[in-house]
Design a protein around this ligand. Structure first.
Ligand SMILES: O=C(CO)[C@H](O)[C@H](O)COP(=O)(O)O
Length: 189
């Protein structure tokens, strides 16, 4: 039994003028979370509405204090790794007195949707899953029917996808396929 699959459509690919109805549409299609990026300079906040999950990455010395603050608001802290950031940098945040509860491995450079999935990033996912079997591990960028297998077989359980879901004729089918792929790969382990 693995960690629960969470499929999170990235609202970056939605119609911003109709955000509320787009969000409802995705939940009706079976989305577990809604993924929203707020990117600003050195700070990235991923706000996953309806799951009370707030993942944040912040280059600051007092990250333990930040984690504590997020938890005190009944939210779950996570950390996002840009492609150039070595995986080792996240260990102190996962293995600490006050750990983050999710690691997001960016599989594209943060910035915009529709980029090509970086297959070399799955090594980070594989290493993390081996080290932390119960950790929520998320991937974001270029995920769709042709790349989900690579991420899921490496151990990702939380999947952010924008263009492949919002651009699909049947978004519900894409969401269902992604969840099934995560579950099937967990059963193989
Ligand atoms: O974080 C992001 C960009 O910074 C997006 O969430 C991500 O790229 C998803 O879009 P797509 O599935 O189209 O690649």
């Amino acid at each position: 039994m693995g960690v629960t699959p969470k499929i999170a459509p990235s609202m970056l690919s939605s119609d911003f003028a109709n955000l509320a109805s787009e969000a409802k549409r995705m939940l009706d299609f079976g989305a577990d979370w809604l993924h929203m990026d707020i990117m600003r300079h050195e700070m990235i906040f991923n706000v996953l509405t309806f799951s009370a999950f707030w993942a944040s990455f912040c280059r600051m010395e007092n990250w333990q204090e930040l984690i504590q603050k997020i938890k005190s608001k009944a939210m779950r802290p996570g950390v996002a790794l840009k492609p150039g950031t070595p995986i080792e940098e996240v260990y102190p945040l996962v293995y600490s007195e006050n750990p983050v509860e999710m690691v997001l491995v960016m599989t594209v450079e943060p910035g915009f949707g529709g980029q090509k999935f970086m297959p070399e990033m799955v090594d980070k996912v594989r290493v993390l899953r081996k080290k932390y079997p119960a950790l929520d591990i998320e991937v974001d960028g270029g995920l769709g029917p042709s790349t989900i297998e690579m991420a899921a077989s490496a151990g990702a359980n939380c999947i952010v996808a924008g263009s492949s879901i919002f651009g699909a004729a049947e978004p519900g089918t894409v969401i269902f396929h992604m969840r099934s792929c995560v579950l099937e790969n967990q059963e193989k382990c």
